[in-house]
Design a protein around this ligand. Structure first.
Ligand code: KIV
Length: 262
């Protein structure tokens, strides 16, 4: 997939599949899969580093993970997240982050919200870097939102989301993530835009879907939001494999002669 395909997918009613990825070994599997594109999300602060929010991710950490994913998935379309506050300190620091993340191997960048930084989004786009918007539940604003909650539930908030989506399209975004909004709002925004929407907890009318890899593989046994479907019992599968290894080591049946040098 490349940047031109996003609009083509929407025009042809072809659904976009996106998955998060933060490291090289899982990137090699995704590269071999049918999935359309990869998001190196700042959710890596939680999924990989054990933080309770995405706020601790900074530009260097994002660049490190983008570079690792690029090595494992040399031909995939990779979107990298601009981390917390990296686009709120003025144009020059924002562009320094853009430069680092693009040089690390991203094909496009995603940033949350629009209020107060639409001009920065336009400048990034005009600099030749595709930008993906992100509205609804924007985890970098969790402290202001009062938790990880469904957004756009009142008429006023739903209308604001529609205005923000149109403004992101106007600013030059090539796609928009809609996170945790009622399905009806996901549908309405999807119908209003000419660029694709990629939903996570935004219903099945969006032009595409994104999930966190660890969530959909069932590796995260501490966090099960309503919108996640698990496609594998990853936690128990991995735990059972580890226990099996422990057993064979302790009973001295590993390594066998075949697994040893003569
Ligand atoms: O950081 C992330 O993984 C994201 C997705 C949840 C959309 O922004």
């Amino acid at each position: 997939m490349n940047i031109l395909d996003f609009k083509k997918y929407k025009a042809g009613n072809k659904v976009i599949s996106m998955i998060t990825c933060y490291d090289s070994w899982s990137a090699t599997i995704i590269e071999e899969s049918q999935l359309d594109c990869i998001l190196v999300g700042d959710s890596l602060a939680m999924a990989m580093h054990g933080h309770d929010s995405t706020l601790p991710a900074d530009t260097d950490l994002m660049a490190l993970h983008i570079a690792a994913v690029r090595k494992g998935a040399p031909t995939s379309f990779i979107v990298g997240d601009m981390p917390f506050l990296s686009f709120r300190k003025g144009l020059v620091p924002a562009m320094e982050t853009v430069e680092k993340l693009m040089k690390a191997g991203a094909n496009a960048l995603k940033l949350e919200g629009i209020d107060g930084h639409s001009e920065i989004i336009s400048h990034i786009v005009k600099s030749g870097v595709p930008v993906m918007g992100h509205i609804g539940l924007t985890p970098q604003s969790v402290n202001q939102l009062g938790g990880y909650k469904v957004q756009g539930k009142t008429d006023e908030k739903a209308q604001q989301l529609q205005k923000d989506a149109l403004a992101l399209e106007e600013a030059g975004c090539f796609a928009i993530v809609l996170e945790c909004v009622p399905s009806s709002i996901g549908k309405l925004i999807t119908e209003k835009l000419t660029i694709p929407t990629i939903g996570i907890g935004a219903g099945n009318s969006c032009d595409g879907q994104v999930l966190v890899l660890q969530d959909m593989l069932g590796l995260n046994n501490r966090f099960q939001p309503k919108f996640v479907r698990t496609f594998m019992e990853g936690f128990d599968t991995v735990k059972n494999a580890l226990n099996e290894y422990d057993n064979v080591v302790k009973e001295r049946s590993f390594p066998s002669n075949k697994e040893s040098y003569s």
